[in-house]
Design a protein around this ligand. Structure first.
Ligand code: ADP
Length: 503
């Protein structure tokens, strides 16, 4: 096992990796930009090194600097987290060339899955079902028009180098195809430095269901079941859960086997995820993410398997000690991404200093956060501040627990997506499990905010607590106030008060 590892990331995922390392008795080294001097991952690490100014191109993306720091401080391995350099094959190669271990898959596996068209071809050869479309990038707009005509509208133009929903365009008719081809190419060029675009049939309202994998170098490739990630905005996930409300045990097994076949096709090692679209019992391979994902905690909570610890142990050469048959799933887990975005204003990024933070606790609640009071939230990095994750025996109990936890949470200083999450937890289709990737387009969740008791209570409680803080009166007055939202609101008030006092 390693003695010391360097964590080449920031925010909640850096903290998550540091915690996993510490539990394994490994020293953790943090790196940070000038904007992150006060960040919690810096304080949690055993050593921390300043690697450059705030823009990530000059800090977290500086492969040469990161490798140099790792060598200087005597770290034996680098954990990349997600984003930044996590899926860059040349970085992985450079880490290896420096005599260090990259905690993740081989550069060959990352390359094979990194180009979406190449990955699709490989999957087709491995007998894995993919969404109908081209195997290669389109040469020009004329080809796009011809192929779209053959597949039939609507179609989806996608960046071959894509990720995070960028470079994607839905095209509903022939008159839009050429303009969309140019726009998708430009966006792909700007985001990934590669304008290659390919085409897929656009499925109307499928679910996004993905399979978590864990593989070692001793021939064990196992799946840990699925995550349902259909609640998305502009192809970006907002809420994830495990298990999916719809998958039968047979479908889980079939998807799991498909994902294992996909991973084996590239000799995959470490933790990875095969993303699929699912519709009426059929599923299609979308892509494989060759890294730990944001939403990994929901799988950890239902399987009891620590994915980040296993990433590290597998990279150190250990074999997975359990078989596919020994992996089981218990209860239901849900994750809400707590982003610094204003849901009432088209999810516009919100910036400012975190003035106060009250983190929910209690049974079945997990907080993977990257903020503390005093931290400045700017525009340099991803707006995801933290993840709130809950686990309960059943899906409905998990939803109600999430609602309770969201009401306890206070983030003062920036706007967050919390009011949106509260609305979803109360929305009947979500509660019934009737969701798909068009959920946000088909549900008007934010305009009628005034009608929603829990959101209103949360907003009023926050305002009142702020007022209390300013005037320095005790919390007892808050609790004594009459509730504007009836019986339910009454207990929410009380909880809000307790949360404040227990801060
Ligand atoms: P990225 O790598 O940019 O995240 P993905 O291929 O993983 O792109 O797709 C992201 C999301 O876009 C999916 O979760 C789904 O909501 C939507 N999507 C992708 N392909 C299709 C398709 N063929 N039809 C309908 N929706 C799609």
């Amino acid at each position: 096992m390693f003695n010391k590892i360097l964590v080449a990331n920031r925010g909640e995922i850096a903290l998550r990796v540091i915690r996993a390392a510490h539990e394994l008795g490994i020293k953790a080294v943090a790196v940070y930009s000038e904007a992150d001097r006060l960040a919690p991952h810096v304080l949690a690490a055993d050593e921390a090194y300043l690697i450059g100014p705030a823009p990530s191109a000059q800090s977290y993306l500086r492969a040469d600097v990161l490798i140099e720091v790792a060598k200087q401080c005597g770290a034996e391995a680098i954990h990349p987290g997600y984003g930044f350099l996590s899926e860059r094959a040349p970085f992985i190669q450079a880490v290896r060339d420096a005599g260090l271990v990259f905690i993740g898959p081989s550069p060959e596996a990352v390359t094979a899955m990194g180009d979406k068209t190449a990955a699709r071809s490989r999957m087709i050869d491995a007998g894995v079902p993919v969404v109908p479309g081209t195997k290669e990038a389109l040469a020009d707009a004329a080809e796009a028009r011809r192929v779209a005509g053959e597949i039939g509208y609507p179609v989806l133009l996608k960046a071959a180098a894509g990720g995070g929903g960028k470079g994607m365009r839905v095209v509903r008719g022939e008159d839009e195809i050429e303009r969309a081809f140019d726009a998708a190419g430009n966006e792909a060029q700007a985001a990934f430095g590669d304008r290659a675009v390919y085409i897929e049939k656009y499925l109307e309202g499928p679910r996004h269901i993905e399979i978590q994998l864990l593989a070692d170098r001793h021939g064990n490739t196992l799946h840990l079941g699925e995550r349902e990630c259909s609640i998305q905005r502009r192809h970006q996930k907002l809420i994830e859960e495990a298990p999916s409300a719809v998958l039968t045990p047979e479908e889980r097994q079939a998807m799991g086997q498909m994902a294992v076949a996909a991973a084996r096709a590239v000799n995959y090692e470490g933790a990875g995820t095969v993303e699929c679209l699912y519709q009426n019992g059929a599923f299609y391979f979308l892509e494989m993410n060759t890294r730990i994902q944001v939403e990994h905690p929901v799988t950890e909570l239902v399987t009891g398997i620590d994915l980040v610890q296993w990433q590290i142990r597998v990279a150190a050469g250990e074999a997975l000690p359990f078989t596919q048959e020994q992996i089981g799933w218990e209860g239901h887990a849900i994750e809400c991404r707590i982003t610094s975005e204003d849901p009432y204003n088209s999810f516009l990024p919100s910036t400012g200093r975190i003035r106060n933070l009250v983190v929910p606790t209690g049974p079945g609640v997990r907080w993977d956060g990257g903020i503390v009071p005093g931290v400045e939230v700017g525009l340099f990095y991803d707006p995801m501040l933290a993840k709130l994750i809950v686990h309960a025996p059943t899906r409905i109990e998990a939803i109600d627990r999430m609602k309770r936890a969201l009401l306890e949470l206070r983030v003062e200083g920036v706007d967050t997506a919390v009011p949106f999450h509260l609305r979803v937890m109360d929305e009947p289709d979500f509660r019934a499990g009737t969701i798909d990737i068009k959920y946000l387009d088909t549900h008007d969740l934010l305009s009628a905010e005034a009608d929603d008791a829990s959101v209103r209570v949360a907003a009023l409680a926050a305002a009142l607590l702020e007022e209390e803080r300013r005037t320095q009166r005790g919390v007892s007055r808050v609790q004594a106030s009459s509730s504007p939202a009836g019986g339910f609101g009454g207990s929410a008030w009380k909880r809000a008060g307790m949360g404040w006092r227990g801060r």
